[in-house]
Design a protein around this ligand. Structure first.
Ligand SMILES: Nc1ncnc2c1ncn2[C@@H]1O[C@H](COP(=O)(O)OP(=O)(O)OP(=O)(O)O)[C@@H](O)[C@H]1O
Length: 345
């Protein structure tokens, strides 16, 4: 069942010419983790603020827990929505230790407030740091403390704005795994915004891609990655290789060789063959129709990227196992497993 439904939500700030978000319709199920992903300025924070009640839309409806909380310009105040929010700066009080920080988020009359605060901190793995002050914690720990504070009041819905933003890569990987466990263990429906596409893939149940305030695709991580709805979504997860090719009766001719494909009949003009580096496979046999000259290899520990050029110097990248040795100027043979065809011009 949907906990939250957005219907054609639009918002334009008075000083701005463009809509920050435009015609957004979304459903979020109970217990679900939804990632809102997009570049800087794509409208992620605005969307979270509209859900939280910190901004008001120009038009559209929001239904939350069966109640219409926004209907055009009529809206339930933020403090009556029961939504927990963690925005980028974490907003922990510097003069309070983290137990006090979490406790003060609870209602004064709340029985067992101290125990609830301790349990929330234990949930995020900070049971040994009750007495620490925010400045004594790493940014990842501060982020967890802010998460504990938001979870302590047991919101039905938790909104996290870019929870990975100020974390270095090593820590980010750790936190993104933890974040999924923490919110799933708490059972709280969660929406988080991120401009890191790959973090969203491992944390979210579903991903909503925003571009210039408009939703491009909402789907589970596998479908978003494997079946992107458009070129913007596809390139958001890493730029794809692009081979320009000429259609014939039974395939496409390119600078890297012939790609046999009966779909070529549907094209009359040059096309782009688009594929990810991991969708090409290196082959030993010289009978493979596709090949290029090795110009560079980049080593990443668990894999390498081999850069190949055709006779005219156009470059593509192919993912390879980390233990293989490639020699510059060698000819490398490959096949492409999965690709998309687009008209080139
Ligand atoms: N208070 C405001 N007044 C005017 N324009 C605003 C305001 N807040 C956001 N905007 C504009 O709305 C658009 C969306 O901004 P928003 O902060 O929602 O994007 P974002 O995806 O969260 O970006 P980032 O990743 O940089 O945080 C931007 O063009 C931004 O300049």
């Amino acid at each position: 069942m949907s906990l939250l439904s957005l219907h054609e939500i639009s918002k334009k700030f008075p000083q701005s010419k463009q809509f920050a978000v435009k015609d957004i319709s979304l459903e979020i199920g109970e217990g679900e983790i939804l990632a809102i992903v997009g570049e800087n300025g794509s409208g992620k924070t605005t969307l979270l603020k509209l859900i939280a009640g910190m901004e008001h839309p120009d038009s559209g409806q929001i239904i939350y827990s069966g109640q219409t909380i926004v209907n055009g310009k009529t809206a339930t105040p933020a403090n009556q929505r029961g939504v927990g929010v963690v925005f980028e700066d974490y907003a922990l009080f510097p003069q309070m230790n983290i137990l006090e920080n979490v406790r003060c988020a609870l209602h004064q009359q709340e029985k067992n407030a101290k125990q609830i605060a301790k349990d929330s901190l234990a949930l995020v793995g900070l049971e040994d740091s009750f007495g620490s002050y925010p400045h004594q914690l790493s940014s990842g720990q501060r982020q967890r403390a802010a998460l504990a504070r938001a979870l302590s009041s047991r919101p039905e819905l938790l909104l996290l704005d870019d929870p990975f933003k100020s974390l270095d890569t090593r820590f980010k990987n750790e936190i993104s795994e933890d974040l999924r466990d923490i919110v799933k263990n708490s059972g709280v429906t969660t929406i988080f915004a991120s401009h890191h596409a790959k973090d969203a893939l491992s944390v979210a149940d579903r991903i909503a891609i925003l571009h210039k305030g408009k939703l491009q695709q909402v789907d589970d991580p596998v479908n978003i990655y494997k079946s992107p709805a458009n070129a913007y979504v596809a390139n958001f997860f890493g730029k794809r290789n692009e081979i320009i090719a000429t259609p014939t009766e039974d395939g496409f001719y390119s600078g890297f060789g012939f790609i046999s494909d009966p779909n070529s009949k549907n094209y009359t003009e040059k096309v782009k063959i688009l594929f990810r580096s991991e969708d090409a496979k290196i082959k030993k046999s010289t009978e493979q129709p596709l090949s290029g000259e090795v110009v560079r290899t980049l080593y990443y520990g668990d894999h390498q990227i081999v850069k190949l050029v055709d006779d005219e110097g156009r470059q593509i990248s192919i993912k390879a196992a980390p233990n293989r040795h490639f020699v510059k100027t060698d000819r490398m043979f490959f096949t492409i497993g999965k690709y998309e065809i687009e008209e080139a011009f």
